[in-house]
Write a protein that binds this ligand. Structure first.
Ligand code: XMP
Length: 510
């Protein structure tokens, strides 16, 4: 499989670059600037290299740099923003601080006729974010684009196949950014575009079939997209030697536990152990109001339950995890022994020893995981499931968690979700749910006074969940949800809509 290296110099768009490359049908691998040697680059056989942007200035002695010899490997390079400046600097050109000519945001770009800009109008909008500029390109390079403040917005050395762009082609505001990346990949690097997550899935199944030959594999299944796809993939590879343990902590949404069990056990015939641990979790949460202690207790209890179940299963060789590519990059650790805690409710046991940990999805982005899931027949409801926190409804109930409160929240949440689907708005917000606040207020029903809980509805739009905007849901949808919740869920007398964005608020209330 042909592949391209994305050499990360600390920019904020490294993952976006890799995603764009993969969307174009070429497999991209991100490596930190100091995480790969020249020798390794050669051995890996990359078709091209992309230097990412980064916050530094190349003339700062502490800035990240790679060996200039990378320019002589005969592998085409595209430098983006800091990456372009680095190419210029490594090649003996000049980069200077441009106090008054820094550009931030949408900027008009004028391009020369060059294969990198094939099919692109002479004038278009690009996205800039820089203070330094390439004031003199290195010898062998010609200037191939400009902006008002940037005399060298792009440069090319067609002999050595080295290119630099000051703007960000990976960002959607650069109107022809995708075309520029495609021109680099196909015209310059000569890629064919043979990457497709769906074909890759079959390769993974074959790979794990031989790798896990005769071994017993354990997977903690939550019903989230990642662990669900990992389960299906491994089930195809090892069949009944895969055991999935689904810990139902009682903090799931309405009908969720039964749906997960039904889908995996009955529809797919997966060897699934459902642990009904609702009472244990409620005991661990009794009287607790501090959000962090709730999370900690749930995490610890999860490990305990999982451990007990694993012991009951006898000797297991391999622990499988649904870690995906962004988790690998974010954790900054290449080794597969890293156990992510966020998605697995505080980690998995380290007291049981496994011979091996496998993470079949560790090279895939979320959208690729979804297409693998679809290919493997995972129902759309699970493929497109919105994120759900490991600690579940516990972080959506402020104050103490009780069975009664969980019931109220489940009902209110189900009504809200139903109204969103009735309005065909499921794909509008990236996440939507109800929160049960600890605030009780006075209401009136018929002629009687009520004193019930307040439910908050939350819906957010986001690209990456690091920041999020509250969704402008139609008033009619909010109104229907409010009327139905107060009518259909006794104990709730008021509904409010959360109009806070992240930051400063977070998506979840706790
Ligand atoms: P916050 O509340 O941090 O949420 O803005 C960002 C995204 O992460 C999800 N989230 C979690 N997911 N375990 C998870 O697997 C957790 O402990 C957890 N806490 C928050 C949240 O639902 C949102 O999508």
């Amino acid at each position: 499989m042909e592949k391209v290296l994305v050499l990360d110099f600390g920019g904020q768009y490294d993952q976006l670059i890799a995603r764009r490359v993969r969307e174009a049908g070429v497999y991209a691998q991100i490596r930190p600037w100091d995480g790969i040697t020249l020798q390794e680059i050669k051995v890996e056989g990359y078709k091209g290299i992309i230097f990412t942007g980064g916050p530094n200035s190349v003339y700062d002695p502490d800035s990240p740099r790679c060996d200039a010899a990378v320019m002589d490997l005969g592998i085409p390079i595209l430098g983006i923003c800091y990456g372009a400046q680095l190419l210029a600097w490594l090649g003996g050109g000049r980069v200077s601080f441009a106090e008054h000519s820094g550009e931030y945001g949408k900027t008009i770009l004028w391009v020369h006729g060059h294969p990198l800009f094939k099919g692109i109008p002479k004038e278009s909008i690009c996205w800039m974010s820089h203070t330094d500029i390439i004031s003199t390109p290195p010898s062998g390079f010609e200037v191939i684009a400009q902006t008002e403040n940037c005399p060298c917005a792009a440069m090319a050395d067609d002999t050595r196949l080295l290119y630099g762009v000051q703007f960000h082609p990976e960002v959607s505001h650069t109107v022809f950014g995708k075309e520029i990346l495609r021109n680099f990949l196909f015209s310059v690097c000569g890629c064919r575009g043979d990457w497709d997550a769906r074909h890759y899935a079959q390769e993974l199944i074959d790979e794990y079939r031989s790798k896990l030959c005769g071994k017993k594999v354990l997977l903690a299944l939550s019903g989230g997209v990642d662990s669900s796809v990992a389960a299906l993939l491994l089930h195809r590879a090892v069949g009944q030697r895969l055991v999935c343990v689904f810990v139902d902590h009682g903090l799931l949404r309405k009908g969720e536990g039964d749906y997960v069990e039904d889908t995996f056990r009955r529809s797919f015939g997966i060897n699934l152990v459902r642990v009904n641990a609702q009472e244990r979790f409620l005991e661990r949460l009794a009287g607790i109001t501090d959000p962090e202690i709730k999370r900690k207790n749930i995490g610890e209890e999860f490990i305990r339950v999982f451990e007990e179940e694993a012991q009951k299963l006898g000797h297991i060789n391999v622990l499988a995890q649904g870690t995906i590519y962004p988790d690998v990059i974010e954790s900054g650790k290449g080794a597969s022994a890293t156990i992510k805690s966020h998605h697995n409710v505080g980690g998995l046991p380290d007291t049981i020893s496994f011979e091996e940990i496998v993470e079949p999805l560790r090279n895939l982005f979320k959208d690729e995981v979804r297409s693998v899931g679809t290919m493997l027949g995972l129902p759309a409801r699970l493929v497109w499931r919105q994120p759900f926190p490991g600690p579940g409804l516990a972080v959506r109930i402020t104050g103490e968690i009780t069975k009664e409160k969980l019931k109220l929240l489940r009902e209110a949440d189900a009504v809200f979700c139903e109204e969103i689907s009735r309005a065909s708005l499921e794909k509008e917000p990236d996440q939507y749910f109800a929160v049960l606040t600890d605030t009780r207020t006075v209401g009136v029903m018929g002629d009687a006074r009520t004193y019930g809980f307040t439910v908050a509805l939350r819906a957010v739009c986001t690209d990456d969940f690091m920041t999020a905007e509250w969704t402008r849901l139609p008033y009619e949808v909010l109104e229907r949800a409010s009327v139905r919740i107060t009518n259909e869920v006794p104990g709730i007398s008021r509904v409010v809509y959360d109009i806070s964005s992240k930051p400063p608020a977070t998506v979840e209330w706790e």
